[in-house]
Design a protein around this ligand. Structure first.
Ligand code: ADP
Ligand code: ADP
Ligand code: MG
Length: 454
């Protein structure tokens, strides 16, 4: 690998450029017309403008990205997260052009990209899943009444109707009573077709007061290792806001089950590259259940990098280049505690509505154990076309209370003017006593906002 095309933008483009540079690989960054002045564009060895601002005609266009790869003489493609990163057809085309795909095999992407099939793969690998429908449901009108009643009885209420092709917290609908179920399935199928071009939905029991816990894996096609767990329970609209490693307060036997389950699932698919197996943890029952696998780098990968000392992006590049894993499971050690907060250009007081604009002040924190990943510098404009992530502020300290204190200090040093941000809101979350006692659950942010019972 000599010349890497990065098919993404923002902080993750910068992150991949930094890893490539350390491995002496040249970088080509594709940019939309809205991103020609981005930090990534400044840092890359070459940029190629691939289209207008809307992602559909730039970052989501396989044709535009492949043309840029050809014209720039790139020999490899890193898709980052989001956009084309979990598009198996795109991965196949990259490989078909004779380029190196820095990601999972297209067959793995396809399997796990269908969350109903992924559930079946997990069950086949002996991994516990959430009780639910066996696979994708037929169109709502064609489900016999007795089958619907049996499903409702088996799964119970509340339950979730989930789009098989959903992602980014989208395509999930809660149903509280049996009377609503058929209409909810019909509506979810229509919405899923509209949003993802695939009407498949499935049903899962809603696990109340659960924590979101996930396991990082790395595979090279021969061996699979895990790099421990992360907790991403603080979410708004099913999107993560605060992540930490390791997940606090998990009994050792449950943690071992999480790690073993993630490795078993990855092994069963001969997994190549970096991936994340996501679970829900029910503390009352000390039970974990698989929910999905993301076949790509995750936004929150830096907390794992802090506690393991492994550079996940460099490992991705090495694996894609055909190298075997450089360490076995026993060589991976865990040290201290890491917390990441997602600093977004959005207004928490107004439903987290995005707040694009110009960054008049953009003073970011520093000091021991503080890492900031951002795609912006002061004076830059945050475009309205993409997601609202401004920077990830990530800290590492000796234990969880020290990491919380360090994260609060880092946020106190941060000053951003020109756009509304969730800065103060993130500090409030870190100070929240339920979070300190790790008694929070995935609905906690919403209950805080509505002042409801915790
Ligand atoms: P992570 O666990 O890495 O945060 P997310 O599921 O939040 O993973 O996705 C990471 C990025 O990819 C986010 O920008 C999210 O909006 C985007 N994304 C993931 N899947 C989809 C999808 N199917 N449709 C739209 N956006 C998606
Ligand atoms: P996505 O592909 O959009 O990331 P996930 O299946 O990972 O979708 O679910 C996103 C979030 O929705 C989870 O982190 C959790 O907060 C919530 N969720 C998903 N499935 C369930 C479930 N069965 N019970 C309770 N919460 C769930
Ligand atoms: Mg998920």
């Amino acid at each position: 690998m000599r010349r890497l095309l990065i098919a993404n933008r923002g902080e993750i483009a910068v992150r991949v450029i930094r890893a490539a540079r350390e491995l002496d690989v040249a970088t080509v960054l594709v940019v939309s017309e809205a991103d020609t002045g981005s930090l990534g564009a400044q840092l890359a060895d070459e940029t190629v403008v691939i289209g207008p601002a809307p992602a559909q005609s730039s970052y989501l266009s396989p044709d535009a990205v492949l043309r840029a790869a050809k014209s720039s003489g790139a020999d490899a493609v890193h898709p980052g997260y989001g956009f084309l990163s979990e598009n198996a057809d795109f991965a196949e085309r990259v490989i078909g052009e004779g380029l190196t795909w820095v990601g999972a095999a297209p067959a793995s992407i396809r399997l796990m990209g269908d969350k109903a099939q992924a559930r079946a793969a997990a069950q086949a690998a002996g991994v516990p899943t959430v009780p639910g429908s066996g696979g994708a449901l037929p169109p709502a009108g064609e489900i016999p009444a007795d089958r619907l009643a049996a499903l409702a009885a088996e799964v119970g209420f509340p339950l979730l109707v989930k789009a098989a092709a959903g992602g980014g917290g989208r395509g999930i609908r809660r149903v509280d009573t049996a009377e609503e179920l058929s209409a909810a399935i019909a509506a979810a199928q229509g919405e899923a077709l509209q949003a993802f071009g695939n009407a498949d939905v499935y049903v899962e029991r809603f696990i109340e007061r659960a924590r979101h816990v996930e396991v990082q894996v790395l595979g090279d096609g021969h061996e699979v290792v895990h790099l421990g767990d992360r907790d991403c329970t603080l979410q708004r609209r099913r999107q993560k806001l605060v992540e930490e490693a390791p997940a606090p307060g998990i009994p050792p036997h449950v943690r071992a089950l999480l790690h073993d389950s993630a490795v078993a699932l990855a092994r069963s698919t001969h997994y190549v590259g970096a991936g994340t197996v996501e679970f829900l943890y029910d503390p009352a029952r000390e039970e974990v259940s698989f929910i999905e696998m993301n076949t790509r780098l995750q936004v929150e990968h830096p907390v794992t990098e802090f506690v393991t000392g492994v550079d996940l992006v460099k490992e991705q590049l090495r694996i894609a280049d055909g190298q075997r894993l450089r360490f076995g499971q026993e060589e991976i050690c865990f040290r201290g505690h890491s917390i990441e907060v997602r600093l977004n250009a959005e207004d928490p007081a107004n439903g987290f509505f995005p707040s694009p604009g110009t960054l008049e002040h953009f003073d970011l924190p520093g000091g021991p154990g503080v890492r900031v990943d951002s795609g912006f510098r002061a004076g830059a404009t945050v475009p309205p076309f993409y997601d609202s992530l401004l920077a990830k502020v990530v800290v590492h300290a000796e234990d969880r209370p020290a990491a919380v204190a360090r994260a609060l200090g880092a946020l106190a040093e941060t000053r951003i003017d020109g756009v509304r941000t969730n800065l103060a809101f993130l500090s409030d979350l870190l100070r929240d006593e339920t979070f300190s006692r790790h008694e929070h659950h995935t609905g906690h942010v919403e209950t805080l906002l509505t002042g409801g019972p915790r």
